[in-house]
Design a protein around this ligand. Structure first.
Ligand SMILES: Nc1nc2c(c(=O)[nH]1)N[C@@H](CNc1ccc(C(=O)N[C@@H](CCC(=O)N[C@@H](CCC(=O)N[C@@H](CCC(=O)O)C(=O)O)C(=O)O)C(=O)O)cc1)CN2
Ligand code: MET
Ligand SMILES: [Zn+2]
Length: 805
C-alpha cells in the first residue's frame, strides 16, 4: 500500500458518528432561518462550521484524541446519504439543470434535492434501517453521471486541521450507496442501481485521493446495507464487495480505510470485506452477534485489519455493562485480533448529554448514557483493554452499581401490571369474525346523523399545528399559561376544528390532536413507566427532530389503581359532544410507542409491548364507554421495527400484531376499529396488516398512484381500506379531478363497500389554507365517486347500505 500521508495507526477509541443537530438544536435553527430567507448562506456555513469545531472540542474534552483520526468528520447539513450523493456528483436526471458546468451541485442545489421546488418533488425520504431516522433516496439510472465533488469534505478536513484536529472523513460506501438507491424514472425495467458499481468506483478512488492530499490519514466508508437481507441475491452482494474493496485498496496514494457495518452483522460478507485489504473493519457488537472463531481469525495475523469493536450501543440510552463488555473485548484480543473500541452505530440516534436533563429523577438519570456519556464509556473500555481492569476499576464498579440499582428500583417491576399481563387469555386478543363485525357496523347509526354513506370521508387525525397552538403549549410548559387557560384554549381549538369539518362536509370527524406535542411523547406523558426529556432531541429527518421518551419501568395508565385514568377521553369526548356526526377516537399503537421511544433493555421487547397494549386497551374501553363508536389506533412504525434479516421477521410480526390486537379487541362488535400506516411499501408486511384485524386501514397511496392496492388485492385483503388520495407531505393542493381519478383507480381494486376516502397521513405539518382547499376537493370528489358507484350501470359496484342525501 502506498499512502501520501504519514501512517497513523487506528486509534484505540473512536465513535462512528455524533449528533449533528447541536446541543440546543443550533443546526435546526440555522437551517430553518436560511430556508426562510432570514439569514445568508455565509451565516449558515459559519454556524455549521462553528458546530463542527465545538463538537471536536467537546469530544477531545471527553477523552478522544485530537490528532489520531478518532474524530469522525460527519456533519451533513440535511442527510448523510444526500452528502454522499453530492460528493459523487450523482445528480438525478430530473435535477440535472441544477448542476454546474462541472457537473457538481452546490449547497442550494442540494437543498432542492432535499426539499423540492415549485415544479419538482424532492428525493424520496425513507427510513434508515430499523431506526426512526429517514434518509434521502438517491435516484440512479443507466445514465446518471458521476463526478467526484470533494469540496465540502476537503473543506471540513482543512477547517479541522487549522484548528488543531486531524479528523476522519465519512462517506457512505459504494455498495451501500447503490443498495440504498432506487432506479430512476428513466431506467428500463430490470435495471438495478448496483449495475453501476464499476462506474462509481473510480469516483470513490478520486475522492479518496483528494482526501489524502488534504491530510486525512483515514477515511470511514459506511456499509450498513451489508447487514440487511436485500432483494439482490447474496452471491451478487458478495461479488459486489469483492469488486469494490480490492479496487479501492489498490488506489495509489489513498488514505487508510475503515469500513463500518452498523445495525447488524454482515454475516458471510465479512470475509470478502476483511480480506479486501482495508485497514480496519467495524462490527456492531450490540445488534450483531459476536464474531465466530472463523470470523475472528480474519482479524488475526500480519496484514489483517483492525477489528473496530462497536461495543457501546449507539441507539439506546442505557449505561453499558462495562465489565461485561470489557470481558468480550478481552476475548477478542486474546484470539489475536487487534481491537479498537467504538460505538455500535453513529451516536446521532441518541441525544447529546444526559447532564442537561436536570428534571429527570436522579436515580433514572444515573442509569442513562447519552452521546457524551457513551464517549466516556468507550474511552474507559479502551483504557481497560490497554492498561488492564485495575486501571478502570472505579468506572467498572460505578457502572455495575448503576445497573444493579435498576433491578429493584420502585416502578421497574410492578407486581400488579405483571400479574395482569401474565394472566391474559387468548380470548382477550381476538374479536368476532370480521364479517360478523361488518354486519353489526354497517347497519349502525354511529350517531344521530344516521348511517355512514358509501365511500365515507375522513382525515387521519391531526389538523394543522399552528404557531398559536405551539406557542400556547410552550407558555403552558413554561408556567406562563395556567392549566385551566391552556385547557380552555385547547377546547376552543377542538371546537374550531369540528366546525370546520362540518362545514367541509366530512363524514367521520376527528378532534385534531391539538393537545399533542408528538403522537408518542403525549402518550408517554400520561403513562407510568415513561419519562420525557427537555433537551433530548434526536434528528428524524433534515431539520425535524423528536424527543424520544424513555420507557424505563412497567407500564400502565397514570392515576389511581391498576387501570389509572383516561387521558384522551376528555378531548375526544368534548369533540363528540359538539356534533351529531361521529368523532373518531385517536390513539397511538403499542408498536409505534415502542419504536419511537428508548425502551428498557432488561426484558424482551415483546413483554414491554404487551404492557403498553394493556394500557391502551383501557383507553380504548373508556372511549367506547364514552360513546365513541369509531376508534383509530395508529401503527405507522409497524414496518420500521421489522428485523433486517428475513429469518427474524416472522417472530417480530407475531408479537407486534398480537400487541395491536390486545389493545383493540376489548370492544363490542359494532365498534369500528381503524388503523393507520403511513407508508406504501407493503410487500413484506401485507400478511401482518391483515393480521391486525382492524375493520378499516388507512395507508399512504397518493404518490404511488394507488399501486399499493394491487398488493392488498393479491393478498386477498377484504377489510375496509382508505388509500390516501392527498399527499400531505407537500403543500401542493390536489385538484378535485385528480382525486376523482385516484378514486376511480382505487375502485378497480377495492369494492365500493369497503373503500374510504382520506389523505395519506395527518395534517399537523400543513397550513390551514391548503388544508381547507384540499379537503374541499376531497369531499367533492368523494361525492362524485359516490354518485357513480350508486348508478345501476355497474352492478358489481352497487352499494348495499343506505346513503345519506
Ligand atoms: N416521534 C415521532 N416520530 C416520527 C413521526 C412523529 O410524528 N413522531 N413522524 C414521522 C416523520 N418524523 C417526523 C419527526 C418530527 C417532526 C416534527 O415536526 N418535529 C418538530 C417538533 C415537534 C414537537 O415536538 N413540537 C413541540 C414543540 C417543541 C419545540 O420546538 N419547542 C420550542 C418552543 C416552542 C415554540 O415556541 O414554538 C422549544 O422547546 O424550544 C410541541 O409542539 O410542543 C420539529 O422538529 O420542529 C415531524 C415528522 C416518523 N417519525
Ligand atoms: C405519523 S402517522 C400520524 C397519525 C396521527 N393520527 C396524525 O394524524 O398525525
Ligand atoms: Zn401517518
Amino acid at each position: 500500500m502506498s499512502t501520501t500521508t504519514p501512517a497513523v495507526p487506528f486509534p484505540a477509541a473512536t465513535i462512528t458518528g455524533y449528533p449533528r443537530i447541536g446541543r440546543r438544536r443550533e443546526l435546526k435553527q440555522a437551517l430553518e432561518a436560511y430556508w426562510a430567507g432570514r439569514s445568508t448562506r455565509e451565516e449558515l456555513e459559519a454556524a455549521a462550521g462553528e458546530l463542527q469545531l465545538a463538537t471536536y472540542r467537546r469530544l477531545v474534552e471527553l477523552g478522544l484524541g485530537a490528532q489520531d483520526a478518532s474524530l469522525p468528520a460527519a456533519f451533513p447539513l440535511y442527510d448523510q446519504v444526500l452528502d454522499t450523493t453530492v460528493a459523487l456528483g450523482a445528480v438525478p436526471s430530473r435535477f440535472a439543470d441544477l448542476a454546474g458546468a462541472d457537473g457538481r451541485l452546490d449547497l442550494d442545489g442540494s437543498f432542492v434535492l432535499a426539499r423540492g421546488d415549485a415544479g419538482r418533488a424532492p428525493l424520496e425520504l425513507t427510513k434508515w434501517f430499523d431506526t426512526n431516522y429517514h434518509y434521502l433516496v438517491p435516484e440512479i439510472g443507466p445514465g446518471t453521471p458521476f463526478t467526484a465533488s470533494a469540496g465540502r469534505l476537503v473543506a471540513d478536513v482543512r477547517r479541522a486541521a487549522e484548528n488543531g484536529f486531524t479528523v476522519r472523513p465519512v462517506l457512505v460506501g459504494p455498495v451501500s450507496f447503490l443498495l440504498l438507491a432506487k432506479a430512476d424514472d428513466d431506467a428500463p425495467a430490470g435495471f438495478d442501481p448496483l449495475q453501476r458499481l464499476a462506474d462509481l468506483l473510480p469516483v470513490y478512488a478520486q475522492l479518496l485521493g483528494e482526501l489524502a492530499a488534504a491530510g486525512a490519514p483515514w477515511v470511514q466508508l459506511e456499509e450498513p446495507a451489508l447487514v440487511a437481507d436485500q432483494d439482490v441475491p447474496a452471491a451478487r452482494l458478495a461479488a459486489a464487495v469483492q469488486e469494490a474493496y480490492p479496487a479501492l485498496t489498490a488506489v495509489p496514494g489513498r488514505p487508510r480505510l475503515l469500513v463500518t457495518t452498523s445495525y447488524g452483522s454482515p454475516g458471510a460478507l465479512l470475509r470478502p470485506l476483511a480480506r479486501s485489504g482495508v485497514e480496519a473493519v467495524h462490527l456492531d457488537l450490540v445488534k450483531g452477534a459476536a464474531p465466530a472463531p472463523a470470523e475472528l481469525a480474519l482479524f488475526a495475523g500480519e496484514g489483517a485489519p483492525v477489528l473496530v469493536a462497536g461495543a457501546v450501543d449507539g441507539r439506546n440510552v442505557w449505561r453499558a455493562d462495562l465489565a461485561g463488555r470489557l470481558g468480550e473485548l478481552e476475548d477478542l484480543a486474546r484470539a489475536g485480533a487487534r481491537v479498537a473500541v467504538a460505538s455500535s452505530t453513529s451516536l446521532f440516534h441518541v441525544p447529546h448529554d444526559v447532564a442537561e436533563e436536570t428534571r429527570l429523577h436522579p436515580l433514572l438519570r444515573s442509569w442513562l448514557a447519552f452521546a457524551d456519556q457513551k464517549v466516556g464509556e468507550i474511552v474507559t473500555l479502551a483504557r481497560g483493554l490497554a492498561a488492564g481492569r485495575g486501571a478502570v476499576a472505579d468506572r467498572l464498579a460505578e457502572a455495575a452499581a448503576a445497573r444493579r440499582s435498576r433491578e429493584d428500583a420502585p416502578g421497574v417491576r410492578d407486581a400488579a401490571v405483571r400479574e395482569r399481563a401474565a394472566s391474559l387469555t387468548s380470548a382477550e386478543i381476538g374479536r368476532a369474525p370480521a364479517a360478523v363485525r361488518r354486519a353489526a357496523q354497517e347497519g349502525r347509526s354511529f350517531t344521530a346523523s344516521g348511517p355512514l354513506p358509501p365511500l365515507p370521508t375522513t382525515t387521519i387525525g391531526s389538523f394543522p399545528q399552528t404557531a398559536e397552538v405551539r406557542a400556547a403549549r410552550a407558555r403552558h410548559r413554561a408556567g406562563a399559561l395556567p392549566d385551566a387557560e391552556y385547557e380552555g384554549f385547547l377546547r376552543e381549538e377542538i371546537e374550531r376544528v369540528v366546525r370546520l369539518q362540518e362545514e367541509l362536509g366530512l363524514d367521520v370527524l376527528v378532534h385534531g390532536e391539538p393537545e399533542r406535542n408528538d403522537m408518542v411523547q403525549y402518550f408517554a406523558e400520561h403513562l407510568d413507566g415513561f419519562a420525557t426529556t427537555v433537551h433530548g432531541w434526536v434528528q428524524s429527518y433534515g431539520s425535524r427532530c423528536t424527543r424520544p421518551s424513555i420507557l424505563w419501568g412497567d407500564v400502565s395508565r397514570e392515576g389511581p389503581g391498576l387501570r389509572g385514568e383516561a387521558f384522551t377521553v376528555p378531548w375526544i369526548g368534548h369533540a363528540q359532544s359538539l356534533t351529531d356526526r361521529p368523532v373518531k377516537g385517536m390513539l397511538t399503537g403499542p408498536v409505534t410507542i415502542l419504536a419511537w421511544s428508548f425502551v428498557r433493555d432488561d426484558q424482551p421487547l415483546e413483554q414491554t409491548a404487551r404492557q403498553v397494549a394493556l394500557a391502551l386497551r383501557d383507553e380504548v374501553a373508556d372511549l367506547e364507554a364514552a360513546g365513541i363508536g369509531i376508534i383509530q389506533v395508529d401503527e405507522p412504525a409497524l414496518r420500521e421495527l421489522l428485523p433486517l434479516r428475513r429469518a427474524d421477521q416472522q417472530a417480530y410480526l407475531g408479537w407486534s400484531v398480537d400487541a395491536f390486537r390486545l389493545a383493540t379487541s376489548g370492544v363490542r362488535d359494532e365498534t369500528q376499529i381503524h388503523t393507520h400506516l403511513c407508508y406504501s411499501e407493503f410487500g413484506e408486511v401485507v400478511g401482518a396488516i391483515d393480521g391486525l384485524d382492524a375493520d378499516v386501514t388507512s395507508i399512504e397511496a397518493a404518490r404511488s398512484r394507488m399501486e399499493v392496492l394491487t398488493d392488498l388485492e393479491a393478498a386477498g385483503f377484504s377489510r375496509g381500506i382508505g388509500p390516501g388520495v392527498w399527499d400531505i407531505h407537500s403543500p401542493r393542493v390536489p385538484g378535485q379531478e385528480e382525486i376523482e381519478q385516484l378514486l376511480e383507480r382505487a375502485l378497480e381494486h377495492v369494492p365500493a363497500r369497503t373503500l374510504w376516502v382520506n389523505p395519506d397521513c395527518g395534517l399537523k405539518t400543513r397550513g390551514y389554507e391548503e388544508t381547507k382547499a384540499s379537503l374541499e376537493h376531497l369531499v367533492a370528489a368523494a361525492r362524485t365517486a359516490r354518485e357513480r358507484v350508486a348508478q345501476p350501470a355497474g352492478p358489481a359496484l352497487i352499494v348495499q347500505h343506505g346513503s345519506r342525501p
